[in-house]
Design a protein around this ligand. Structure first.
Ligand code: MN
Length: 133
């Protein structure tokens, strides 16, 4: 659920691994963002309907429907196609980035995240005047 105590843009983190979720949200909050959490694509859909995020961080590997499938659905829907999505994947494998971009992800990052630069990366991404899809 959204954290409404702190100011800042709302970032939805879609991640099924509890440790990764905690780490990413902690880093984002320290960077001044509000965070919402989804551990599955169903939860992500509920969160997006409840409060539109400024950005989605999308784990690709999820149980059941994966992050690429949800990305395709969000990018195909007029109500959500404008929401930027950064793919997060555990495997820095060749082809992962291409797959993520073909699904409609606006950017891509291999896990583990760099906790010292991650919030700045997200802030820079949100302030970029032009995004290429
Ligand atoms: Mn995962």
């Amino acid at each position: 659920m959204p954290d409404t105590e702190t100011p800042g843009a709302l970032v939805l983190v879609v991640e099924d691994n509890p440790a990764n979720m905690m780490l990413v949200c902690d880093v984002l909050r320290r960077g001044g963002f509000r965070t919402a959490q989804a551990h599955s694509t169903n939860e992500a859909r509920e969160q997006i309907a409840a409060a539109e995020p400024a950005l989605i961080l999308m784990d690709i590997q999820l149980p059941g429907e994966d992050g690429l499938s949800l990305t395709r659905a969000l990018k195909a829907a007029p109500a959500t196609s404008h929401i930027p999505i950064i793919a997060l994947t555990a495997h820095a494998m060749k082809g992962d980035e291409l797959q993520a971009r073909e699904a409609g992800c606006d950017s891509y990052m291999a896990k583990p995240i760099d906790t010292r630069s991650f919030a700045a990366f997200v802030a820079d991404f949100l302030s970029a005047p032009v995004r290429n899809s």
